[in-house]
Design a protein around this ligand. Structure first.
Ligand SMILES: Nc1ncnc2c1ncn2[C@@H]1O[C@H](COP(=O)(O)OP(=O)(O)OP(=O)(O)O)[C@@H](O)[C@H]1O
Length: 278
């Protein structure tokens, strides 16, 4: 790890005609950190990620990615960046192994393509043509292409859209492994459980700005939110769930019927934030 953030964004702005996609966005991603960008459709996540990747111009603001402005970079910089877009490239007539091998050769420290294919669980499809893959298998191939170069920094735009639940869990294990190897990761997702499972920090974007930025456990005051205790005949919010349960246990002379104890989920907090900000 170094003290210089892997990503530093200040006052980023981008408009498309009359549409303001990014409206003065500030964000840091520390070296080695996993950050999830959450936000409703059209919030500006993809535009922001594309600017960081050097694939889109910005109108204003300062952006530094691995110490360089992505609008003016070279092959050395690009070799340290892994990219998984929402829409994979046009590789339809290649086999899976050829497609991954093709991208591997852009990267000096690349993995064995077969290892990258194995990491995403596509080994059985290695000799099949890309056009024969299902939608979820295409996404897995996109991820294999994103990680084959052993990137220092990986951008993942909605990486698990279309994955079945088992594939999503395998992908999470892969991301944790890459993070353990020191890879910095910025991902966008609409799956709250994905953000909770993977991210050191979540940043919520709305209307092209960050409206909240915290760990999944503390976002929107989650850590201090009151606990809700429900039982067969009642419901109460409390700061002292143990005391309330002890009282109820005495009242019922033993087991409390229908007892549940819950804290707000990340989704509850996210929906509150989005509701408050709109
Ligand atoms: N190439 C483009 N031309 C014109 N408008 C665009 C273009 N790309 C994005 N926009 C607009 O900019 C805004 C932000 O879009 P963006 O794709 O960055 O959002 P997002 O947060 O990634 O959304 P989603 O969750 O749906 O992928 C939207 O209003 C969108 O319609």
């Amino acid at each position: 790890m170094t003290d210089t953030p892997a990503v530093r964004i200040r006052g980023l702005r981008k408009t498309y005609g009359d549409t303001v996609a990014v409206a003065g966005l500030d964000l840091d991603v520390a070296d080695g950190e996993v950050v999830a960008l959450l936000g409703p459709n059209g919030a500006g996540k993809t535009t922001t990620i594309e600017i960081l990747e050097g694939h889109r111009d910005r109108d204003a603001g300062e952006v530094s990615v691995l110490g360089h402005d992505p609008a003016r970079t070279d092959l050395d910089w690009r070799a340290q960046i892994g990219i998984v877009t929402q829409d994979g490239g046009d590789l339809l007539e290649l086999t899976v192994r050829e497609a991954v091998g093709h991208f591997a050769h852009y990267y000096p420290r690349h993995r064995d393509p077969d290892q990258a294919i194995d990491l995403v669980g596509l080994t059985e499809k290695a000799t099949e043509r890309v056009r024969t893959l299902s939608g979820g298998q295409r996404r897995r191939l996109d991820v294999a292409i994103g990680v084959v170069g052993r990137p220092r920094l990986l951008f993942l735009d909605e990486p698990t859209t279309g994955f079945d639940p088992q594939a999503r869990r395998q992908f999470w294990a892969l991301i944790r492994r890459l993070a353990d190897e020191g890879c910095t990761i910025l991902l966008s997702t609409h799956y709250l459980e994905e953000a909770e499972a993977l991210a050191d920090r979540v940043a919520v974007i709305m209307g092209g700005r960050i409206v909240a930025d915290a760990t999944p456990a503390t976002l929107g005051g989650r850590a201090t939110a009151r606990t809700v205790v429900r039982w067969a005949d009642g419901r109460q919010e409390t700061d002292d769930p143990a005391g309330l349960i002890a009282t109820l246990t005495r009242r019922y002379g033993g087991t409390v019927p229908g007892l549940t104890v819950s804290r707000p989920s990340l989704e509850d907090i996210y929906l509150d934030l989005i509701g408050d900000a709109s």
